[in-house]
Design a protein around this ligand. Structure first.
Ligand code: ZN
Length: 455
């Protein structure tokens, strides 16, 4: 993915003036910033917040309240979640030849096991192997290669196929060996959507799975798996939308996007609490400093992103008539790592125009853009609808090992990183909204089939 990078200026093109909107926004964001308190309040006070959960509802109310307290005009917009997926219990054990607990995390949309769980002998599948007749009545265990921070295997669509084939082969359940070390488990989504999977399925911690795989070479291994799930639906879900009116080009706007929902194992600090807080703070900053750019600045804090960007897709449907007026949409959804540039969803001309917007940020030394159209986040919803939509491309060191895991918590967000992200969002928003010419053209119905990334 990084191969398509195009470098921009290697240093800020000119020293920033001592005053002016961007320096004022930067000094506010980098000072004693409210983003840290906001993030603690969201992550510690509310915590993991899958769409359809009470916690997600609280997060929506929280964001609305924070924006309104900051004097920003904000409201919610409902959309319909076909079905929520809210696990209440996930347990696994090896029963024989030795008894020991397994760390497990059900795959999103896994059905519940029968009451009391499933006990069955293990059948091992190597990576890429398809379940056959020997799978009947077994709990399948898929061996994977280690990957400390890279994308987990198998990818979402392949995983969904594997679950379906396991069911067809008569397996009792499917376990996928976690790719990360130290028994870290995470929500590994089998493709997109909200329909239940046909078979109970879970990630099992790497080392626990490794022990099962070694034991299975010498004889029968019996394991148990229990998954309890609430799956209510359809439900009303809500996005949060906010607007800071521009002073001149009132028909045009710059849209800032992050998602409020998260998976539930951690507290969604990196994915995507820090992005949501940065956008919320950028809106508040414009209001607080009474900075009115030419265009309006709008915020969209979505829910349903983890189910396949459902909230942003609903927003696009509802606002289709306004889409041509969006001069740029900027999505923040890669954690707290330093911004390195932009992913421009195939729009190279946009990349070239965007790079100078990072010049006032001295900690961004050599920004670049990625032309790739392989995203599966909220920028995809907007870009597919023709909006010039980009993702802030960031250093993935903080997010990679913690993505969708119990380790995605407040401690893993460096406060300076959070402030810099907020400063970056504010500076980009201001410059994009205030420049005389809009950045990107509206271009509906993009051609070509985007490569799909992993969910
Ligand atoms: Zn995310």
């Amino acid at each position: 993915m990084l191969a398509a990078a195009c470098r921009g200026p290697s240093r800020p093109s000119a020293p920033a003036p001592a005053s002016g909107p961007v320096p004022r926004l930067l000094s506010r964001a980098l000072g004693p910033a409210p983003v840290e308190a906001d993030l603690a309040s969201l992550c510690d006070g509310i915590g993991g917040r899958p769409t359809g959960s009470r916690a997600c509802d609280r997060a929506v109310d929280w964001a609305l309240g924070r924006l309104r307290d900051g004097g920003v005009d904000a409201r919610t917009e409902e959309w319909t979640l076909p079905r929520a997926w809210l696990p209440t219990r996930e347990e696994g054990s090896c029963l024989a030849p030795a008894r020991f607990p397994l760390r497990v995390a059900a795959l999103p949309r896994s059905p519940a096991t029968p009451p009391g769980g499933i006990e069955a002998p293990v059948a091992v599948l190597s990576e890429g192997e398809r379940p056959g007749a020997a799978s009947a009545g077994r709990i399948l265990l898929v061996a994977t290669r280690a990957s400390a921070d890279g994308p987990p295997k198998p990818d979402g669509d392949a995983l969904r196929t594997l679950v379906e084939e396991s069911r067809a082969a008569g397996a009792a359940a499917l376990l996928v060996q976690g790719a990360r070390p130290d028994d870290v488990v995470y929500r590994l989504a089998p493709g997109e959507g909200t329909d239940p999977l046909p078979l109970p399925a879970a990630v099992v911690g790497r080392e626990g799975a490794g022990r099962l795989l070694r034991l299975a070479r010498n004889g029968e291994v019996r394991v148990s798996l229990r998954v309890d799930v609430d799956a209510p639906g359809p439900l009303a879900a809500r996005n949060v939308v906010a607007e800071w009116p521009g002073r001149a080009l009132q028909g045009e706007s710059v849209l800032l996007v992050a998602h409020l929902d998260s998976w539930d194992l951690g507290t969604g600090a990196l994915d995507d609490g820090v992005g949501a807080v940065a956008i919320l703070d950028a809106m508040r900053a414009l209001r607080e400093l009474d900075l009115r750019p030419r265009r309006s600045v709008r915020a969209l804090l979505t829910t349903g992103e983890e189910q396949g960007r459902l909230g942003s897709a609903a927003w696009v449907e509802r606002h289709r008539a306004e889409l041509p007026s969006i001069a740029l949409a900027v999505v923040a959804d890669l954690g707290a790592g330093t911004v390195l540039g932009f992913r421009v969803n195939g729009r190279k001309e946009l990349g070239r125009e965007l790079l100078p917007l990072l010049a006032p940020l001295p900690w961004i030394r050599a920004p670049y853009y990625l032309a790739s159209r392989d995203g599966d986040g909220d920028d995809r919803s907007l870009a597919d609808a023709g909006v010039p939509a980009v993702l802030l491309w960031q250093d993935l060191t903080p997010l990679g090992p913690r993505w969708h895991a119990g380790t995605d918590v407040l401690e893993r967000v460096d406060p300076l990183d959070a402030r810099r992200l907020a400063a970056t969002v504010a500076a980009v928003a201001w410059q994009a909204a205030d420049r005389p010419a809009r950045l990107g053209a509206f271009r509906p119905a993009p051609t070509g089939t985007p490569e799909r990334a992993l969910r």
